[in-house]
Design a protein around this ligand. Sequence first.
Ligand SMILES: NC(=O)N[C@@H](CC(=O)O)C(=O)O
Ligand SMILES: [Zn+2]
Ligand SMILES: [Zn+2]
Length: 346
Amino acid sequence: MTQTLTLRRPDDWHLHLRDGAMLQGVLPETARHFARAIIMPNLVPPVVTGAQALAYRERILAALPEGMAFAPLMTLYLTEDTDAADVAAAHASGLVKAVKLYPAGATTNSHGGVRDFAKVQGVLEKMAEIGLPLCVHGEVTTPEVDIFDREAVFIDTVLDPLRRRIPELRVVMEHITTEEGVAYARDGGDRLGATITTHHLIINRNHILVGGIKPHYYCLPVAKREKHRLALRAAATGGEGRFFLGTDSAPHVDALKEHACGCAGCFTATNTMQLLAHVFEEETALDRLEAFTSLNGPRFYGLPVNEATITLTKGDVAAWPAKIFTEAGPVTVFDPGFPVHWHVNA
Ligand SMILES: NC(=O)N[C@@H](CC(=O)O)C(=O)O
Ligand SMILES: [Zn+2]
Ligand SMILES: [Zn+2]
């Protein structure tokens, strides 16, 4: 018997599209299935001002193939020099839907991020006043802190104090990877949301390291031990409104992934919906997939849900390209390592 599932069209609440040839190559992979996405601002140089976000939005729309509908939801990269008035104007015009906090040095292109939180207090207070969410890459960068502990330590030493200083601020914990992250998000009240990636529902740290190093499974925050993956699965599939999909699909060309100092990021834009259907079916939660991909995110961001739909069908083993060939170079599509039977009829 064929099983079909029709959902409101999903949105991706954390996406890297890059720029130039890479943008051109990867944008259709997202636009094929997703109506909207929160676009990460960690370009080189980063998207810091409203004017830069407007120009980037135009480049994204110009790269969109004819006949595809997709709305980029822009973000600004928070720096210690960010101008609160510029942020407020970019929000008031409807252009910008969130501001992104990268602790300096935490991840790809984050060196311009925040070191001294006192310097961004004014901007954060303005954001709280106007209801503009802060998306947070939640890892400390302290060299002494083990990479597997960096999220939990960030929550205790940075995020919680920040939220106590500015309780009105709306915050999204981006790409949570630990049971501590799940627990903190769960207890955080209505102003706190959390995104969960596709790949963190599928891999744990063994997948990266056992039997040879798998660079295409390396991302930040790095996948943790199995109990954390299980906590993320329970959160994503449990129907709680504060958890929603942010794929963190983060393309890097293969030459930079398969490298002595490989870049962090998994590219999941192509097969996220197929993989999520598989994961939700395993958790006997297919009836909650729509909440995770299409309802909870818009509710948190105060945006309407999509009217268009997407239909998934269960059948033969699904196939997708192993790589996307962009003009910037090939990009490997995330391989879950098991057969998937879900197909998307977009
Ligand atoms: N997630 C990643 O591993 N990489 C992201 C940055 C980020 O989201 O931290 C990237 O831009 O490549
Ligand atoms: Zn990040
Ligand atoms: Zn990211």
